[in-house]
Design a protein around this ligand. Structure first.
Ligand code: PRX
Length: 643
């Protein structure tokens, strides 16, 4: 294997960095390793405001952890109130640009006012600590405002990505037993309105737990408001009080539940609590983004995913940063939109996904070249492995060979970044997340839980509890134990394969389970299969991820049909649309292949490994002796371009 190029930060970057040089990193890492509780206690004391301090840092009854036991905290207070008592009072907290071009510069003081008003609205409607709210909104400031208002009162929020369908929304409202839904008429994407309210209306028919649907007017388009259930945000806001103090909550009070795909058809509600999550989120913000008070920081993710929770809302605001939020798509009205934003606001840090980088790379260098990107000093990548070619392009064309790139490995479950280079300390290798952050103890093991040597592929696990870790799966502690803690005793199982090189650098290779990663969005094969078999024409379905040049993976479905006369062209289109309706447009399959039968083992399990091989190489090798019907495989392999 050829040796990857190593990129070291410039001496100037190191000199100004929050953590300087390898020695700086190693010193922190060792301290955390030797005495993790003391280390995290120190970090929590420095980075976070506590109404009352903890009696002890960690209570660990595997796999259940409690961090900062007995302490009192409020996340909204940490993101707002503590800053308005400082020089940050009139600093821009949220710098927003709508897709049609509107701008809003919301200072910390103003954000505090807006959040307090909306928290008062919720309080006046009778919502209180422990209630659950679903937030289904476009990328407008009212989305973080709703989150912070919930957090202010201890209402547990669950943000549902605006690209999810009414079916997905309904499942989440029901699982969470939410009593309020906060939404908008719609938002803008690619020059068109994406309506949200009709999906809410459809879902509400089967959501008896919901008392109120609060609707923010973003686009002003025609929507239906149901009397007795639907309320306009602006009408409630008109009489709202600005005095709504943050409620001191237990450190382990749930902050949010975020649904993500697992290996079954049912999404898992990942539960995060307050004290530990906020501590690690705030610290990692400063470590990986080398955050400075004067930075303009932009994470291009959607707030509906964990990246947006941690690195658009809670991390930057808790750290007192200016966080840029852009509502729309990178290619509207043309492919230089992002670079235009960087130039206009003099963005210093850009954090995005390999899929976005590849999509922009494909459009050519002329787009970034149209703009002055000299304000950038740091770049980040998240969500999926980044291929070295995309890394190099990002580094050369966007970062002008000047900006370190932080490739950050983490998951919805981990809460914040676990493996990433501290940019002024750790030299980067394209495609590697490099080294674990302080307090994170990963390992790579074989099937028996035994550590594998350097350069060997194995399962990525985390050996020690960390403050921002998932606490449980909402309503399903058994699944939590089984999914994450049953494979390697005492350790957290990430579901990723990885190897460690001779320098101890981690290279995450991808999922080892039936989870696909499409454009950095997690999607379970089973979720798509369950959606497909709900269609009246479908008998059976098997879904696999197919390598894709831009999105990393694409959804490829093998489908057997019930008896009947079907127009396959039309049905292929219908099924794609069906999946988009059942889950969301981002899950729309790239390919539907109709087949007579699916390859199965004698016990009836679909052999996805074979299907993966077919879509990857269009050939089949390896052990197929357990197949029920070998001819099926050959037929599948030979018809790859039919659809
Ligand atoms: O497979 C890993 C991949 O994304 C998974 C987590 O997905 P999700 O919970 O949706 O969170 C995405 C954003 C944090 C991981 O199990 N993944 C995430 N970041 C990287 C990555 N794979 C390689 N390199 C990364 N930097």
């Amino acid at each position: 294997m050829s040796q990857p190029t190593v990129y070291s930060p410039s001496p100037e970057f190191v000199r100004n960095a929050n953590v300087q040089g390898m020695e700086g990193y190693l010193e922190l890492y060792r301290r955390a390793e030797q005495n993790p509780e003391e280390f995290w206690g120190e970090v929590a004391g420095q980075e976070i405001h506590w109404f009352e301090k903890w009696s002890h840092v960690l209570e660990w009854q595997p796999p259940f952890a409690r961090w900062f036991v007995g302490a009192k905290i409020n996340a909204s207070y940490n993101c707002l109130d503590r800053h308005i008592a400082t020089h940050r009072k009139n600093k821009v907290a949220i710098l927003w640009e709508g897709e049609p071009g509107e701008q809003r510069f919301i200072t910390y003081q103003e954000l505090h006012r807006l959040v307090s008003r909306f928290a008062s609205v919720l309080k006046n409607r009778g919502y209180q600590t422990g209630d659950r709210a679903i937030i289904y909104m476009p990328m407008i400031p009212e989305l973080p405002i709703a989150m912070l208002a919930c957090a202010r009162l201890g209402i547990i929020h669950s943000v549902v990505f605006g690209g999810f369908s009414s079916e997905a929304l309904k499942a989440r409202v029901q699982d969470l037993g939410a009593s309020v839904v906060i939404t908008a008429d719609g938002g803008y994407r690619r020059g068109k309105e994406v309506k949200l309210k009709p999906a809410v209306d459809e879902a509400m028919a089967e959501c008896p737990s919901v008392r109120d649907v609060i609707v923010y007017r973003r686009t002003g388009s025609e929507i239906t408001m149901q009397a007795g259930r639907d309320l306009w945000w602006h009408e409630l806001d008109a009489t709202a009080s600005e005095d709504c103090p943050a409620v001191p909550l237990d450190s382990e009070h749930p902050l949010f539940v975020l649904y993500t795909s697992g290996t079954t058809g049912k999404p898992k509600g990942i539960l995060h609590t307050t004290g530990g999550y906020l501590t690690q989120t705030t610290a990692s913000m400063k470590w990986i983004f080398d955050l400075k008070d004067e930075d303009t920081y932009w994470c291009s993710a959607d707030i509906g995913w964990v990246t947006g929770h941690t690195y658009i809302v809670y991390g930057p605001l808790s750290a007192g940063a200016t966080t840029v939020i852009y509502e729309g798509s990178p290619d509207y009205p043309q492919f230089d939109r992002w670079w235009r934003i960087v130039e206009k606001y003099r963005v210093n840090t850009l954090y995005t996904s390999p899929t976005a980088i590849r999509a922009l790379l494909r459009q050519g260098e002329q787009w970034p070249k149209m703009h002055d990107l000299s304000s950038l000093r740091l770049l980040g990548s998240v969500g999926e492995p980044i291929n070295p070619a995309a890394w190099e392009w990002y580094h050369r064309v966007i970062g002008k060979a000047r900006c370190p790139i932080v490739d950050t490995w983490w998951q919805t479950e981990t809460g914040s970044t676990m493996i990433a280079p501290m940019p002024g300390a750790v030299p980067q290798k394209p495609g590697s997340g490099t080294l674990p952050l302080p307090g994170v103890v990963p390992d790579i093991v074989d099937l028996n839980g035994k550590e594998v040597g350097p350069e060997r592929e194995g399962f990525l696990i985390i050996r020690r509890p960390w403050p921002g870790m998932i606490r449980t799966i909402w309503g399903d502690p058994e699944r939590f134990k089984e999914q994450y803690w049953s494979r390697v005793p005492g350790a957290y199982f990430t579901g990723d394969a990885a190897r460690r090189d001779h320098d101890g650098y981690y290279w995450v290779l991808g999922r080892v389970d039936d989870v696909m990663n499409v454009s950095g969005h997690r999607l379970s094969t089973m979720e798509v299969e369950s959606a497909l078999v709900r269609h009246p024409a479908v008998a059976e379905a098997a879904v696999v991820g197919k390598p894709h040049e831009i999105t990393g993976q694409a959804v490829c479905c093998f489908v057997t049909l019930k008896q009947g006369d079907f127009n396959r062209d039309q049905l292929g289109k219908d099924l794609r649309q069906w999946v988009a309706h059942e889950i969301g447009t981002f899950a729309r399959p790239e390919e539907i292949r109709f087949t007579e039968a699916l390859p199965k083992t004698r016990s009836g399990k679909i052999m996805r490994r074979l299907l993966r091989e077919i879509v990857t190489t269009n050939t089949v090798s390896g052990d197929v002796t357990t197949l029920e019907d070998l001819s099926v495989v050959t037929r599948l392999a030979s018809q790859h371009d039919e659809d």
